[in-house]
Each structure stands twice: as structure tokens, then as C-alpha cells.
Design a binder for this molecule. Structure first.
Ligand SMILES: C[S@@+](CC[C@H](N)C(=O)[O-])C[C@H]1O[C@@H](n2cnc3c(N)ncnc32)[C@H](O)[C@@H]1O
Length: 275
């Protein structure tokens, strides 16, 4: 990772912290309910434990697989250890728990994930809503093979994996499904690609759809992508959680609302101050 990228991420983190509000400063009833029930909710679900056990097994697995590099950062086919992929490419347990709670909170019929990797975040989404059809897109055959074994082991049989480059599989998948209710965009972290996937999914999204964009401060390009997404006219509200951004299309929001959100434990004084 380049010095400039780390420097830029530090500046973004500081600016995020300064702007961020905790639940005590959220005035919109819908966003207050969302933050309380999804972002701040601290119940421990059994699914967390059994999926994290599998992540630990990946982290200790030094077997190498052929890895077709498709996203931002690298190109070509490399040998990569499963342990290394698990360390560097997967959403953190904290973020995965939020995806689980989001899937549980939002009664989606169709969930779409862009970027499966070893299948961990998809397992959380699928465990959070067993009634939904969960589509997940990945270009690397070796990763998808491992992901499929994981889901079989966890008995998550409502996941439909789609293999191939997003440039082709996204449109094919969108033409197969009637609408997208919940999406997680976590692959190919480039500005143009991220905005393009978002806009294509938007065309097929239900009125109440929620779209999550990963790594919005990973690079200057991703920050620009996030700004462009926020400015899209169909977007009614966004929550910037630093590691990812959440987009709401719900037209109950009369005016666009954008908040940066942080758990109250990191800004404890906000409990005693109201704006
Ligand atoms: C960050 S990882 C996904 C991690 C996963 N969502 C998780 O948190 O468990 C991104 C994945 O997207 C895949 N990918 C990136 N660009 C792609 C493209 N253009 N087409 C298909 N797959 C791609 C990569 O192979 C990688 O496995």
C-alpha cells in the first residue's frame, strides 16, 4: 500500500471522526430506528460463531490456489495462500455482523452481492435472511469453489453463485431477477467500475432497496465514487460508516439526507448534548 494512500486514509478518518454523529444526534425516525436496530444492536447471534469458526480455519490454511486477479490493485494469475486472502480481502467480523443484521432487518426477497471471494460475507447475508434468494458474483473460479464448500457445510442452500467477470455477469444476473432489494458492492474498487455497478443495480432496485458500498475511503477514486453515488438523484439518504456506505432509495425521505455515523461509545459525550 503506497504512503500516499495511507496518508489520505488517515486524513479521511480524522475528517470522518469529526463529522460523525452517534444515535443520540439522529433526528429522522427511520434513520434512528435503522441505526438502533442494525448498526448499534449488540445481540450475539449463533450464526456469528459458526461462520467465524470457518474464517479461523481459512486463516490457518496455508494451501495455495490459482488466483485470477481481477479487482483494483493487481492483474494476471498468481498463486495466493487461502490464509493471505482471508487476511487481506474479506470484510471484518464487525462489518459482516452489520450485513447479517441488515439482511435480518430488511425483509428482502432478493439479495445481490458483487464480490464473493471465499464466501464469508455472503454467508452472513444468507444466514441473516433464509427466505431470500441470494445471488453472489465472483470472477475467480478457485475462490468460488472454496465458497461453495463453505456454504454447503453451513447448509446455506439459498445462495446462487455466478462465475465470471462482473462486466458480463452483472447484466446477465440483473436480467434474471425481478428486482434487487438489498445489494452489497464489494469488488473491483475503482471509481468508474463502482459507479457503473451501482447505477446498473439502481435500475433494477425496488423502491425501498438498500445498497451497501464497501471501502468508500480505500482510495481517492473510491471517495469520488462515493460522492458521485451520494449525488445521484434517486438516492434519498446515505449513512457513511467509514468502512462502507449505506444508500437508501426510500422516498419517505423528502429531502436528501447524508450522515456520517459512529457508535456512541466512540463519542460518549454526545449522549449528554443535543443539537
Ligand atoms: C474484496 S473481495 C470480496 C470479499 C467478500 N465480499 C467478503 O467480504 O467476504 C472482492 C472479490 O471480487 C472479485 N472481483 C474483483 N473484480 C472482479 C471483476 N471485474 N469480475 C469478477 N470478480 C471480480 C475478486 O476476485 C475478489 O474475490
Amino acid at each position: 500500500m503506497s504512503f500516499l494512500r495511507v496518508y489520505n486514509q488517515m486524513l479521511s478518518a480524522l475528517s470522518f471522526y469529526k463529522r460523525a454523529k452517534s444515535v443520540y444526534q439522529i433526528h429522522s425516525p427511520f434513520l434512528f430506528e435503522f441505526c438502533s436496530q442494525v448498526l448499534d444492536e449488540s445481540d450475539r447471534y449463533y450464526a456469528y460463531e459458526y461462520i467465524e469458526t470457518e474464517r479461523q480455519i481459512f486463516l490457518q490454511n496455508d494451501n495455495e490456489i490459482d488466483f485470477l486477479e481481477l479487482g483494483a490493485g493487481n492483474t494476471g494469475i498468481n498463486k495466493r495462500k487461502i490464509s493471505e486472502i482471508s487476511k487481506t480481502s474479506l470484510s471484518s467480523p464487525w462489518q459482516c455482523e452489520i450485513l447479517f443484521k441488515l439482511a435480518k432487518f430488511h425483509k428482502s426477497e432478493t439479495i445481490l452481492e458483487i464480490g464473493t471471494s471465499l464466501g464469508i460475507s455472503c454467508a452472513y447475508l444468507a444466514a441473516g435472511n433464509r427466505a431470500a434468494e441470494v445471488y453472489t458474483l465472483e470472477g475467480n473460479p478457485s475462490s468460488l469453489e472454496i465458497a461453495q464448500k463453505l456454504w454447503d457445510k453451513l447448509e446455506l442452500d439459498h445462495i446462487c453463485p455466478i462465475l465470471g467477470n462482473f462486466d458480463h455477469t452483472l447484466d446477465d444476473t440483473l436480467s434474471m431477477i425481478s428486482q434487487v432489494d438489498l445489494a452489497f458492492i464489494d469488488g473491483n474498487h475503482r471509481e468508474a467500475a463502482t459507479v457503473d455497478y451501482f447505477e446498473r443495480i439502481l435500475e433494477k432496485s425496488s423502491d425501498q432497496a438498500i445498497l451497501v458500498i464497501d471501502d468508500i475511503y480505500w482510495s481517492v477514486g473510491m471517495q469520488k465514487a462515493w460522492d458521485r453515488i451520494k449525488n445521484n438523484k434517486k438516492v434519498r439518504a446515505t449513512i457513511d460508516c467509514y468502512y462502507f456506505g449505506i444508500v437508501f432509495l426510500d422516498d419517505r425521505f423528502k429531502n436528501q439526507q447524508h450522515i456520517a455515523y459512529i457508535d456512541a461509545k466512540y463519542k460518549i459525550w454526545q449522549r449528554y448534548l443535543s443539537e
